[in-house]
Design a protein around this ligand. Structure first.
Ligand SMILES: [Zn+2]
Length: 344
C-alpha cells in the first residue's frame, strides 16, 4: 500500500432494506435460495461502490453476506448443533441463546471463498476480509463435547487457518480476526489466546490484523463501558503479547472512548488501525475531528504504520449516517496526510 494513512472500515455496513431489516443487529434475511445469493451479491456491490465513492483505500464487503460476525462462520462447520440451544453468558456481560458443540468440529468446505472471489472481481484496490477469532468463537457457543475452552479454541484455530489460507488464495490482501473477547478474558488471553490466534494466522502471506473492541453500541455494551472508569486500560493486557506475536497489526477503538493513547506505545512496530469514527453515535464526525484523533495517535504510532478506521462495525446505523461517517473518515485522513507531506 503506497498511500500514507490509508482508510478502511472495521467491518459491517448497514444492509439494504430489501435484504434485511435495517438498523437492527443480526436481522434475518428477507430473501431465500437463489434470490438470497443474488441479493447478497448486489448488496456487496453497493457496499463496495459506496466505499469507493467515499474514498476508502482498503475495501471490504461491509459484511453484506453475513448475518452475524461469528455464527455465520460456525453455521458452516460440522459438530455444532444450531437446533440445540443453551443460554450462556457472553463476554461475561450478557446472556444469549447460542448453538451447542455436540461433536468434533470440522470444516468440510470453504465458507467465504466464493464471497471473497466475488469481492475481488469488483475492485483492484486492496481488499480485507474479517473472520472471527478463536476465543470469540468459543465464547459464542455452549460446549458439550470438548468441555475445555482451550481445546475448542485450538480446534477452531486450525479450522480458521484452513479458511484463511483459501481466502488469501482467492485474493484477500488483509485478513482480520475479530477478537472482542481479548478485552475481557485476560487470563486466557495470556495462556492461549494469542497463541491460538497465531495458529489461525500461521503461514499467511496476507497481512493479518486483530480487531479488539468494546462492542457494538448496544445497551449491554454501553452499560458495561459505564463501569470501566475514566481510563480504559484493557488493551494493556493484549498489546504487549501481540507486539511479540506474528500478527501484523491491531484494530482498536479511540474516538469517544476512554482509551488512553499512550498504550499504543505497547504495540510499537505493528500496524495500527485506529478507530477515528464512533459507531455508537449517529452524530457524523467532522473531518477535523477525525484528523484530531489521528494526530493524537501519531505521537505513539509511526505514520507509515497508521490506518484510519472505525471503532467497530456500522451495521446498526442508518445508511446515510454510515455514508457520512465514511466521507468524514476519508476527508480527515486526507487532512493529516497533507500535513505530513508538507512537513517532509
Ligand atoms: Zn468490534
Amino acid at each position: 500500500m503506497n498511500t500514507l494513512i490509508p482508510t478502511a472500515l472495521v467491518g459491517s455496513l448497514p444492509k439494504p432494506s430489501w435484504l434485511a431489516q435495517p438498523e437492527t443487529l443480526w436481522s434475518p434475511w428477507k430473501l431465500e435460495g437463489d434470490a438470497l445469493t443474488e441479493g447478497k451479491q448486489d448488496a456487496l456491490r453497493v457496499a463496495v461502490q459506496e466505499q469507493q465513492r467515499r474514498g476508502l483505500d482498503i475495501i471490504s464487503d461491509g459484511e453484506q453476506t453475513r448475518q452475524h460476525f461469528v455464527t455465520t462462520f460456525i453455521e458452516h462447520l460440522d459438530g455444532v448443533d444450531f437446533d440445540r440451544r443453551e443460554t450462556v453468558r457472553i463476554r461475561d456481560r450478557y446472556d444469549a441463546s447460542v448453538p451447542t458443540v455436540v461433536g468434533a468440529v470440522s470444516r468440510q468446505k470453504p465458507v467465504f471463498v466464493d464471497d471473497v472471489k466475488y469481492l475481488r472481481q469488483q475492485t483492484d484496490q486492496p481488499i480485507k476480509w474479517a473472520l472471527p477469532g478463536p476465543m470469540t468463537m468459543i465464547d459464542t457457543l455452549a460446549d458439550r463435547h470438548y468441555k475445555s475452552r482451550e481445546k475448542l479454541a485450538w480446534e477452531f484455530a486450525t479450522i480458521l487457518n484452513q479458511e484463511a489460507r483459501e481466502l488469501e488464495a482467492a485474493g484477500a490482501d488483509i485478513i482480520q480476526f475479530d477478537e472482542p473477547a481479548f478485552n475481557v478474558f485476560f487470563d486466557e488471553l495470556q495462556d492461549w489466546g494469542v497463541a491460538t490466534l497465531e495458529r489461525a494466522a500461521e503461514g499467511l502471506r496476507a497481512e493479518t490484523v486483530v480487531h479488539i473492541c468494546y462492542g457494538y453500541g448496544i445497551k449491554a455494551n454501553t452499560d458495561w463501558k459505564a463501569t470501566l472508569g475514566a481510563e480504559w486500560r484493557q488493551y494493556e493486557a493484549s498489546f504487549p503479547l501481540l507486539q511479540q506475536s506474528t500478527i501484523d497489526g491491531v484494530s482498536l477503538e479511540s474516538r469517544n472512548s476512554h482509551v488512553p493513547l499512550d498504550i499504543l506505545e505497547l504495540i510499537r512496530g505493528k500496524k495500527v488501525m485506529l478507530g477515528a469514527i464512533d459507531v455508537a453515535s449517529d452524530t457524523i464526525e467532522t473531518p477535523e475531528q477525525v484528523a484530531e484523533t489521528l494526530r493524537d495517535a501519531l505521537e505513539f504510532v509511526d505514520a507509515d504504520k497508521l490506518i484510519a478506521s472505525t471503532n467497530c462495525g456500522m451495521a446498526p446505523l442508518a445508511r446515510d449516517v454510515a455514508r457520512g461517517k465514511m466521507s468524514a473518515l476519508s476527508a480527515g485522513a486526507a487532512l493529516v496526510r497533507e500535513e505530513l507531506s508538507v512537513r517532509v
